[in-house]
Ligand binder design. Structure first.
Ligand code: FNR
Length: 388
C-alpha cells in the first residue's frame, strides 16, 4: 500500500492517521487531558533516558523473542486496550487482533470495543487478552468476565485507574464524546473526511447499524448518537476485595492495570495477581501523574520476579522498549502506536507499526551490544544527571 510505504516511523503513521480521521476522532485518540502535562512528560522521560553503546561484541544474531505468561511472543510487547479502535477503522479491534496475531504478539480487547468479543475470539488467531472496566453492578461485571473466559480469552487485564470522569476539553469542543452526539461541528468534520465516512461510519450503518459498545450489558449499550451513560456505571467504589473476587472467578492470568505506587504493586502481588501494568493511561486521566517510567525502577525493585511487570504510556520507538526493559519492565503495552497503524490501513497498518518497532528495537540492541531481550539490564543505561 503506497500510503504505508511512505511511513517510516510511528510519527509518519500518526500523520497519516491525522489525515484520514475526522478531527474529533483523531484528537480523541491522540491527545491527553487538561493541560496535557502527563502526555508530554511521558515522552520527555523516554527522550531523557539514555543508553550506552557497547562495542566489539557479537551482534550477528539479535533476537527479540520472549516469553509472556509461559507462551512465546515475538517481542516484549502486547497491544494495549483502546476503546476507540472501532472508530478508527471498521471493527478496528478485529484488525488490531489480526495484526497482532500476524506479528506474533498478544492483543488486548477493551471493554468499550465496537466488535463482539465472540467474533474476535472465533475469527482472529493469536493470543487474546480481555480488559475489564468493572461496573457498579458487580454481578454484571462478573457476567462479562465469565463471558470472556467462555469465549477463550486467556488473560484478564483489570483497569483500575479510570473510575472517575476526566477533563478532555477538546472532545467537548469537537463534539466528540462517548456516547457520541452529532452536532453541526462533528457532522461537518465527518463530511470533510469522506473516506472515513464511507468506510467506517457508513459501513457500520449499512451492516450492523450505528456503532455500539456491543460487549456492554444490554441495559448499558449506547448507540453512537444516543444517550445511555454507560460510563456513569463504571464502579468508583472498588477495593482489593474486588481483586480477590476476580481471582476467584477468572481461570486465566490476571493483571491489574494502572498501578503507580510501590505499596499498590506489593499488595497486588500479595493478592496473587500474575501481572501489573504501570500506567498513567497514556496521559489521558490524571494530568498531574508522573511518567510510569519514573516510578518503574522503585516498583521493579520491590516486586520484580514475583509478578510480570508491564509498563505503558509513551512508547513510540523501538528504543523506548529497550529503555523500559533496562529500567525493570518485562514487557511494554502499546496504545496509540498501533492505533495510528489501524487508523491508517487496518490490519496491515498494525503490522507496519509493529514491524517498525521491531526493526528499531533490533537496531538499538545492536548499538548496546545485546543479542537477547533477557540480557537487557540496568547496566545498559547511562546513569547521567538524574531526570529532573
Ligand atoms: C486508551 N486506554 C484504555 N485503557 C483501558 O484500559 N481501556 C480502554 O478502553 C482504553 N481506551 C483508550 C482509548 C484511547 C484512544 C487511548 C489512546 C488509550 C489506555 C491504553 O490502554 C494505554 O494505557 C495507553 O494508550 C498507553 O499509552 P500510549 O501507548 O498510547 O502512549
Amino acid at each position: 500500500m503506497a500510503k504505508l510505504d511512505r511511513c517510516h516511523n510511528i510519527a509518519d503513521l500518526r500523520n497519516a492517521a491525522r489525515r484520514r480521521l475526522p478531527k474529533g476522532v483523531f484528537e480523541y485518540v491522540d491527545r491527553g487531558t487538561e493541560d496535557e502535562l502527563a502526555l508530554a512528560n511521558n515522552r520527555i522521560v523516554y527522550e531523557k533516558t539514555k543508553l550506552l553503546n557497547r562495542v566489539l561484541v557479537d551482534t550477528s544474531d539479535i533476537q527479540l523473542g520472549t516469553t509472556i505468561f509461559g507462551k512465546p511472543s515475538t517481542m516484549p510487547l502486547a497491544i494495549a486496550p483502546t476503546g476507540v479502535a472501532g472508530m478508527c477503522w471498521y471493527e478496528g479491534e478485529f484488525e488490531l487482533a489480526k495484526g497482532a496475531a500476524a506479528a506474533g504478539v498478544p492483543f488486548t480487547m477493551a471493554t468499550p470495543a465496537n466488535t463482539s468479543m465472540e467474533k474476535i475470539a472465533k475469527e482472529a488467531q493469536g493470543r487474546l487478552w480481555f480488559q475489564l472496566y468493572m461496573w457498579r453492578d458487580k454481578e454484571l461485571s462478573d457476567e462479562l468476565v465469565l463471558r470472556a473466559a467462555r469465549a477463550g480469552f486467556e488473560t484478564l487485564i483489570w483497569t483500575v485507574d479510570a473510575g472517575h470522569s476526566f477533563n478532555r476539553e477538546y472532545n467537548a469542543r469537537n463534539g466528540f464524546n462517548t456516547p457520541y452526539r452529532l452536532n453541526a461541528r462533528s457532522a461537518l468534520d465527518a463530511l470533510m473526511h469522506p473516506e472515513w465516512l464511507a468506510t467506517v461510519l457508513g459501513r457500520y450503518i449499512a451492516t450492523t447499524g450505528m456503532p455500539r459498545h456491543v460487549n456492554y450489558p444490554k441495559q448499558y449499550q449506547a448507540k453512537f448518537t444516543g444517550g445511555g451513560g454507560a460510563k456513569a456505571q463504571h464502579a468508583n467504589k472498588l477495593s482489593w476485595a474486588d481483586a480477590d473476587r476476580l481471582r476467584a472467578i477468572w481461570p486465566g492470568k490476571l493483571v491489574i492495570k494502572g498501578i503507580m505506587r510501590v505499596e499498590d504493586a506489593e499488595e497486588a502481588v500479595r493478592r496473587g495477581v500474575d501481572g501489573i501494568v504501570i500506567s498513567n493511561h497514556g496521559g489521558r486521566n490524571m494530568d498531574s501523574a508522573p511518567s510510569p517510567l519514573e516510578v518503574l525502577p522503585a516498583i521493579a525493585q520491590a516486586v520484580r520476579g514475583r509478578t510480570t511487570i508491564f509498563v505503558d504510556s509513551g512508547v513510540r520507538r523501538g528504543s523506548d522498549i529497550v529503555k523500559a526493559l533496562a529500567l525493570g519492565a518485562d514487557c511494554v503495552l502499546a496504545g496509540r502506536a498501533t492505533l495510528y497503524g489501524v487508523a491508517t490501513a487496518g490490519q496491515v497498518g498494525v503490522e507496519k507499526a509493529l514491524g517498525i518497532l521491531k526493526k528499531e528495537m533490533v537496531q538499538t540492541m545492536a548499538y548496546i551490544g545485546r543479542q537477547r531481550v533477557s540480557d537487557i539490564s540496568g547496566d545498559d543505561l547511562w546513569n547521567g544527571p538524574p531526570i529532573p
